[in-house]
Design a protein around this ligand. Structure first.
Ligand code: TMP
Ligand code: ASP
Length: 257
């Protein structure tokens, strides 16, 4: 009886461990982007995403390394995607496997970038001649066509449909998720003393055609300013050669953890 009990507990512990995907391993290399690599697994509908330290800016014209950026971005994405799932935003994240690896649902990326701007900065400030830091009276969502050769141009909904990037119905779903994500992230960063200035997200479609939030949410893909001092705590430190890039990334992670 006692013995059976022990075996039972052991089996339960083992099944719990496998449920946490400790045995999932990288199989074939599938794809390498600017900041991540994607590998197949034994499950055709799941992939392992490996976060690198490589940093690029201005459509890869500027290249460098940010030490341990991959560790920060993997961890931060894991924390935020887990919480976003609880907020009703389905996403590709399944489990964090190691410092730099996460197990995700395999998706086909929708070739659009959704950018939310709560404060004007970056390309919008430059393109429209608006001072960085200006708070607009309305919520701004840009969509860009994900195409490196064209420099990811800003497009509109009609263009996205004409390009075959998404249907009007898909766009409606992605805009709704984008608004929910912004509400959640703004509040989450605010609690950590950080202003969420703007950010970029991407979506994908899983094997059943469901739209899932994909890619990452990290200091690479957000502009994050300290609420008190206005200090930049994101990839602009790399883009604009401001120094202390690593420190800023770790500080963001520590604050939101
Ligand atoms: P932008 O001001 O350069 O258009 O950037 C808006 C936001 O999108 C900013 O938080 C940085 C993020 N972003 C990316 O994540 N990837 C990119 O390739 C670009 C251009 C911006
Ligand atoms: N990720 C983009 C690139 O290299 C740009 C950026 O984040 O500024 O090309």
């Amino acid at each position: 009886m006692f013995c059976l009990g022990i075996i039972g507990i052991f089996t339960l512990a083992l099944s719990k461990l496998s449920a946490q995907h400790v045995f999932m391993e990288r199989k074939e290399f599938i794809y390498e982007g600017k900041a991540k690599q994607v590998y197949s697994t034994e499950d055709p509908n799941k992939v392992i995403i490996f976060y690198k330290d490589d940093a690029t800016a201005f459509n890869a014209q500027k290249r460098g390394t940010v030490q341990e950026k991959g560790i920060v971005n993997n961890k931060m994405t894991a924390i935020l995607f887990k919480k976003l799932a609880q907020e009703g935003v389905p996403n590709h994240f399944i489990d964090q496997l190691s410092d730099r690896e996460q197990l995700c649902h395999k998706v086909e990326i929708v070739p659009l970038e959704f950018v939310v701007r709560n404060v004007i900065a970056g390309s919008m400030a430059k393109r429209l001649g608006i001072e960085e830091g200006t708070v607009p009276p309305n919520q701004i969502i840009d969509i860009c066509y994900k195409k490196d050769e064209l420099g990811d141009p800003l497009i509109n909904d009609d263009h996205a449909v004409a390009l075959g990037a998404a249907s009007y119905e898909d766009l409606k779903v992605m805009y709704a998720y984008t608004r929910t994500i912004n509400d959640f992230l703004k509040a989450e960063f605010d609690k950590s003393g950080i202003t969420l200035v703007d950010f970029k997200i991407e979506f994908g479609k899983d094997a059943n055609g469901n739209i899932l939030l994909a890619d990452e949410i990290s200091p690479d893909t957000c502009r994050l300013w300290d609420k008190e001092t206005g200090k930049k705590m994101d990839k602009d430190r790399f883009r604009r050669d401001l120094g202390n890039v690593e420190e800023a990334y770790f500080e963001v992670l520590n604050r939101i953890s």
